[in-house]
Design a protein around this ligand. Structure first.
Ligand code: NI
Length: 387
């Protein structure tokens, strides 16, 4: 098993790839140039089983080990960027105005390519590795689509692993936990249907703005008064639209927001109780509501066996003290969750140092983290598929 020094050789090359991808960001499923770049690199490493065009622009490549028969494990990287105007002032800043790799998916892609190069060269494992490069992680469900298009069965993948960089964790350190590591993401819309009229004669109206205000407070008490304080429920009202004039009480008010949970029970509770609370409050004032609730990413759930494999692989790379295996889950979401619904495995965070936060215009992936990510993937394969 290797410490990080083994992978320093790959750092300068991986840095070139990463900065090229950073300068050429692409959005959602339209990662055509990125996918072409990845495919060409994989082929140049001597990998001959490469399937492209999965979920439009996704790629799965298979590397067979030389250690004999064995299972296939999946390693996943995401390739898409964000619609942000970059302000990092780095020499390798985005050359495409309004698009930016602000979540480090350029680094994720470069690290999986670095691991691919190493693994294709050494092949010191049994079974096979499936390298999964997915489009559209940022809200467009590319991971879900790759699962729906059958990659797990088609490539015989029995376990699947993901990695994301994390600003605020030092470079060379890892963070992970067993069980839920990222939250489920849902969205809701509430239309409050009141009765409009003259603002000077409120008694002749049913004011949807006052009702909306009560509903917002009511939703916060679902968190503070109806949820076990040890459990996590986030309800954020993020849109509020009503009215157009100083002297008119409008007919309607619209609220919308997001819900984050770590358990299926709390997710069901939130969906049920947001409606019950909003409707109850509105009816108390003689109004009513229309309600829509949409479920998006499920909980990113780390399985126990996959988590301990991941912890071992990282510890062999950087030592026990630099791998925190009991981090607190994050209330953000990840569409890798769909892959972990389909197969057991684990998702780990890789330190990105003191950079700006992800999705910030000043963010940049830290190239010093590249050999750690590459080394983690290699150690994971050589641990899970020890010949
Ligand atoms: Ni991301």
């Amino acid at each position: 098993m290797h410490n990080v020094e083994t992978f320093r050789d790959l750092q300068s090359e991986a840095t070139e790839w990463r900065r090229y991808l950073h300068q050429n960001p692409e959005l959602d499923y339209r990662v055509h140039n990125t996918a072409r770049f990845v495919t060409e690199k994989l082929a140049s490493f001597g990998i001959n089983h490469i399937e492209t065009g999965i979920a439009e622009t996704g790629i799965v490549a298979l590397i067979q080990g030389e250690g004999g028969e064995g299972p296939t494990i999946g390693l996943r990287a995401d390739m898409d960027a964000l619609p942000i105007i970059e302000a990092s002032n780095k020499p390798w800043s985005s050359q495409i105005p309004g698009k930016m790799h602000a979540c480090g998916h350029d680094g994720h892609t470069a690290m999986l390519l670095g691991a691919a190069k190493y693994l294709a060269n050494k092949r010191n494992f049994k079974g096979s590795v499936a390298l999964i490069f997915q489009p559209a992680e940022e809200g467009a469900l590319g991971g879900q689509r790759m699962v729906q298009e059958g990659i797990m069965d088609r490539f015989g993948i029995s376990q699947v692993f993901g990695m994301h960089n994390m600003p605020g964790i030092e470079v060379g350190k890892f963070g992970i936990c067993d069980g839920p590591i990222m939250a489920a993401l849902d969205e809701f819309d509430i239309l409050v249907k009141g009765r409009g009229g003259h603002a000077a004669m409120p008694h002749q109206t049913i004011d949807p703005i006052v009702i909306a205000a009560q509903i917002i407070i009511g939703l916060q008490t679902l968190v503070s008064r109806n949820t076990d304080p040890i459990e996590s429920l986030v309800i954020s009202v993020t849109k509020l639209n009503a009215g157009e004039a100083y002297n008119i009480i409008p007919e309607h008010a619209e609220l919308a927001g997001t819900v984050r949970t770590l358990s299926p029970e709390l997710r069901d509770f939130a969906e049920r109780q947001i409606l019950a609370s909003a409707r109850g409050i509105a009816r108390g004032f003689g109004a009513d509501v229309e309600f829509e609730y949409r479920r998006h990413d499920p909980v990113t759930f780390n399985h126990t066996e996959g988590t301990s494999l991941a912890v071992n692989a990282a510890r062999k790379l950087v030592g026990t003290a630099f791998v925190n295996d009991k981090i607190k889950p994050l209330m953000g979401s990840e569409d890798f969750a769909y892959m972990l619904e389909a197969r057991p495995g684990a998702f780990i965070f890789l330190g990105n140092g003191s950079s700006a936060a992800v999705h910030n215009p000043k963010y940049d992936f830290n190239d010093e983290a590249l050999p750690y990510g590459i080394g983690y993937w290699v150690n994971l394969v050589e641990t899970a598929l020890a010949a």
